[in-house]
Design a protein around this ligand. Structure first.
Ligand code: WTA
Length: 657
């Protein structure tokens, strides 16, 4: 794997602004954490620090050891037993907070539902009984492929309640992507919906899956949520497919939460890596819940009684798992759950929601912020955003310009911004400001969370005190992934080999400045980050070459003002196939079918040949340089240097079109 520090945003541009923003006295005075000594306390005894957070949860049986670490295999709160759904729901209801709102759900069509903790518990218990009735046992995998509807968190919590392992697939992925994720995780039940709404129109979900479902031998039952009230055509296979509402009516209301081992698996979530095969990242119960409880409370400075928190991510990504569902509910917070797009039915939709619900904390992605910038500041200016007191960013590096705009235009110049760096694999936020303590610099995720140890290292693994290199994590943390589902060797090799057996190799390039602040720059591996969504170059290449007309394909991430990175594909056709605009469109659709619309290449460049090393490896780095119009580096190892000139000409010709 090559480490290319030029990937992602430009270091110089990111570090350009000199401004530093100290937390205001007002914010400090009310902050959950305002004393910087928390960093030293946690550093002096990280296990005791995490243990203090675990004590905030309800355990059916206490742990006897905080951490059992045989790198890279971690066990947290060993011997302890708890039920995750009890901690997210029953605990609050039992304490008299049953009528507190867990979610203000806002449908795309303007439909709304208020879901209290007691209400969510009731739905979860019933649905847990439905799952049991369908034969789901502890340790079984249950797939979830749903729009952003309240049934999604309820289904996740119902799995947690009975010890089943959920495998949520983002609703924007294609049927083929769902099939692959269900097959490799041996899912026996899948929960989906008749349709999802897209700009007011139902887009069938269940019907789109039918062909794929027929090829899954382990899949015994499909539970279908009726999202559109029968507007979508939904064929049901007798004996396999059942309706959510019919099952719920027939189910027993009560399903007591059983305790499970702290290391009992909670979920698997597939994410893209350096190969064509997505990895099933496996998280467990006690440590994960502790990690997300701690970070949610400290980073978002949550006051469960008064805050209205809105994480605008989708539940299908790790951000949704950790900070819409588990972290938020474990803290007893009130969240907004929004189903639709930011520009439907109008471009002020986000700001209208913030105004109407009095949202105090907004957590979104830089790509969304850049879109809002493009739409113009007069749109948010038309709404009352004075309820906001904290802003968060996640998923990709945020450029200082977007950061400053976010602060001024959305935050009214007074909301601190928490730029949170983390990954599907880390489970919890790892590098972030604490808003009542940390002075922020636009574009920097600042410092490791208390108790977290991070460092930038050289190719050889030597720690860089100031400068650029590879980001590593150097001490276990409770929310960390425990393994790759059914593939422990791949887990060890991917993350715990390059810089030594006890050092987690993040896969990101970063820079550390004179104040010890981290500037995460982008991926060093073959992962592309499109609008905060992780995609692997190989995954897209393998989708392209599965088209009968394609002989070979190379895919790179190219900087894009809007989406951070965009997918550019270089495609060599079979000799009998003609290049045409129709074929171009067909290839883009083909990738959408194989993976999902989010993976459609923005640009396809025909190349009669691809630049390769003498050993036959495609030189992606060179393609990136050509596509970005950068000075070409060393091309002496290239098999046919003339290819480079040819491709560069093509790109230029294309740009002039
Ligand atoms: C990138 C999303 C810069 C990074 C939670 C990481 C970021 C990958 C940030 C994980 C940030 C995430 N600043 N880059 N604040 N947050 N990333 O697994 O490259 O979908 O490795 O998790 O997104 O993406 P994932």
């Amino acid at each position: 794997m090559e480490g290319n520090l030029q990937d992602g945003p430009d270091v110089e541009a990111l570090m350009h602004t000199e401004e530093v923003f100290e937390p205001s006295d007002d914010f400090k005075a009310q902050a959950n954490f305002s004393d910087p000594s928390v960093y030293e306390r946690a550093e002096a005894d990280p296990q005791a620090w995490w243990e203090s957070w675990a004590h905030k949860l309800d355990w059916a049986k206490p742990w006897n050891t905080v951490l059992d670490w045989d790198a890279p295999w971690a066990k947290w709160f060993v011997g302890g037993e708890l039920n995750v759904s009890h901690n997210c729901l029953d605990r609050h209801v039992l304490a008299g907070r049953g009528e507190k709102v867990a979610y203000h759900w806002i449908g795309e069509d303007g439909d709304t539902r208020t879901i209290t903790y007691a209400g969510l518990l009731a739905t979860t218990e019933r649905f847990a009984n439905v799952l049991k009735g369908l034969g789901v046992k502890p340790g079984d995998t249950v797939g979830i492929y749903l729009p952003m509807v309240p049934e999604a968190p309820a289904a996740m919590l119902a799995c947690a309640r009975i010890g089943a392992v959920h495998n949520v697939v983002f609703g924007g992925f294609s049927a083929e992507a769902v099939r692959e994720r269900m097959a490799t995780s041996h899912a026996q039940v899948l929960i989906t919906a008749d349709a999802t709404l897209r700009r007011g129109e139902p887009l069938p979900m269940k019907a789109s899956l039918d062909d794929a479902l027929d090829t899954l031998p382990d899949m015994r039952h499909v539970v279908v949520v009726d999202r559109t009230g029968g507007k979508a055509d939904t064929p049901m296979t007798e004996g396999r497919d059942v309706w959510w509402h019919e099952q719920m009516e027939a189910a027993e209301p009560s399903c007591p939460a059983e305790p499970f081992d702290s290391e009992h698996p909670l979920f698997v979530l597939y994410t893209s890596g350096s190969t064509a095969k997505p990895k099933g990242i496996q998280h467990t119960s006690g440590g994960y819940l502790t990690g997300v409880t701690a970070t949610y409370s400290a980073v978002f400075d949550i006051k469960p009684e008064t805050d209205v928190y809105w994480c605008a991510a989708d539940i299908g990504w790790v951000t949704g798992h950790s900070y819409i569902v588990y972290g938020a509910l474990a803290n007893g917070a009130t969240s907004v759950l929004y189903e639709g797009a930011p520009d439907y039915p109008h471009k002020g939709r986000f700001w209208e929601i913030i105004q109407n619900y009095g949202v105090t904390i907004l957590y979104t992605a830089p790509t969304a912020i850049r879109t809002f910038i493009k739409w113009g500041r007069e749109i948010p200016a038309g709404y009352d955003l004075s309820s906001l007191r904290l802003l968060g960013s996640v998923g990709e590096p945020i450029n200082p310009r977007a950061w400053l705009w976010y602060r001024e235009v959305i935050g009214g110049g007074h909301c601190p911004i928490v730029d949170t760096w983390w990954q599907t694999e880390t489970g919890q936020i790892m590098i972030t400001p604490l808003p009542g303590i940390t002075a922020t610099k636009p574009g920097s995720a600042t410092r490791p969370f208390p108790g977290v140890s991070a460092a930038v290292v050289t190719h050889n693994g030597e720690i860089v005190e100031e400068g650029g290199g590879f980001l590593t994590l150097r001490r276990p943390w409770p929310g960390m992934a425990r393994t790759i589902y059914m593939d422990p060797d791949r887990f060890q090799e991917t993350y715990w080999t390059r810089f030594g057996p006890e050092v987690y190799d993040v896969g990101d390039a970063a820079r550390i400045d004179e104040d010890g602040y981290f500037w995460v720059l982008g991926r060093t591996d073959d992962v592309i980050n499109v609008s905060g969504h992780r995609l692997s170059t190989m995954e897209v290449e393998s989708a392209l070459v599965s088209h009968k007309g394609v002989a070979e394909a190379a895919v790179i991430g190219q900087s894009d003002e809007q989406t951070g990175q965009a997918i550019t594909a270089f495609v060599t056709l079979e000799s009998s196939v003609e290049q045409s605009d129709e074929l171009l469109a067909e290839l883009r659709e083909h990738v959408a079918e194989k993976i999902g619309k989010l993976a459609r290449p923005k640009r396809i460049i025909w190349s009669d040949e691809l630049p390769k090393t003498r050993s036959g490896k495609i030189m992606r780095r060179l393609l990136r340089d050509i596509a970005e119009g950068r000075e070409l580096g060393d091309v002496t190892t290239l098999r046919d240097p003339a290819v480079v000139g040819m491709i560069a000409e093509r790109i230029q010709a294309g740009d002039e079109d």
